[in-house]
Design a protein around this ligand. Structure first.
Ligand SMILES: Cc1cc2nc3c(=O)[nH]c(=O)nc-3n(C[C@H](O)[C@H](O)[C@H](O)COP(=O)(O)OP(=O)(O)OC[C@H]3O[C@@H](n4cnc5c(N)ncnc54)[C@H](O)[C@@H]3O)c2cc1C
Length: 217
């Protein structure tokens, strides 16, 4: 079935870090989605995809967007006035959670947390979450992800002070240490370099496991 076109007012925007924003949009009547899906947003002749970071029963839609200095749509979204109507197509995508007897592992960096926040807000529990960022401030929606995780591992590459509650290094360095004694369903979302590196490690170390991925940039 072709996804429908919707229009929704921007309700509010806030900066989460120096380079990422959260957008709250009104939820159009009849717009339903599964956690992990995305919308295709239109701006002039451009179209860009953004994963929904809200739960399927939340009254508003939420997006989390990395703002690139030369990025045409992300910079537009970082300055557009509240109340502006935004057009989008959706829902789209197949990065949705499918239960199995393997342990789910979510690996997210940057705004790649969005689909996992939607899954957690939908009530999914018991996953291992490797959450990568430069520093504590970059751990977007940490509480949403940590709340329903069986194990939550913040992986920081530029943590200023020694901190026993975090893993000092990239998510892929933690993946090198993850126990190989069981099969996992890996779900990867974020930058293509992280996903490329993670695929290599998973292929080498976790032969019995499955991989699902969504590349953002
Ligand atoms: C399925 C899917 C879901 C997505 N979900 C999200 C999401 O939830 N949140 C989100 O933030 N993004 C998401 N993206 C990425 C998003 O669709 C855009 O690609 C992104 O916002 C950049 O668009 P732009 O118009 O701002 O940049 P563009 O105008 O397309 O890029 C112009 C310039 O921006 C800069 N730039 C763009 N990408 C990079 C980069 N990786 N590194 C350095 N500079 C760069 C470069 O200078 C580039 O020349 C998703 C992508 C896909 C395919």
């Amino acid at each position: 079935m072709t996804p429908a076109i919707f229009s929704a007012a921007l309700l509010a925007r806030r900066w989460l870090t120096e380079t990422s924003i959260e957008l709250r949009l009104e939820r159009p009547k009849g717009f339903d989605f599964r956690p992990g899906q995305y919308i295709r947003l239109y701006h002039e002749v451009l179209e860009r995809d953004y994963s929904l970071a809200s739960g399927p029963d939340d009254p508003e839609l939420r997006l989390v967007v990395r703002v690139f200095p030369q990025g045409r749509v992300s910079t537009f979204l970082s300055t557009v006035a509240d109340g502006t109507q935004l057009s989008f197509h959706g829902p789209m995508g197949y990065f949705v959670f499918q239960a199995s007897d393997r342990t789910p592992v979510f690996i997210a960096t940057g705004t790649g947390v969005a689909p996992f926040v939607a899954m957690s807000r939908a009530g999914l529990k018991g996953y291992i979450c490797l959450h990568g960022a430069k520093d504590h401030q970059g751990l977007l929606y940490r509480q949403d992800l940590e709340k329903n995780a069986s194990r939550y591992v913040p992986c920081l590459t530029e943590s200023a002070t020694p901190d026993k509650s975090v893993f000092a290094g990239r998510v892929t360095a933690y993946l090198e240490r993850l126990d190989t004694g069981r099969a996992y369903d890996f779900h990867l979302c974020g930058h293509q370099d992280m996903i490329h590196d993670a695929f290599g490690i998973i292929d080498d170390r976790f032969a019995e496991s499955h991989i699902h991925s969504e590349v953002f940039y």
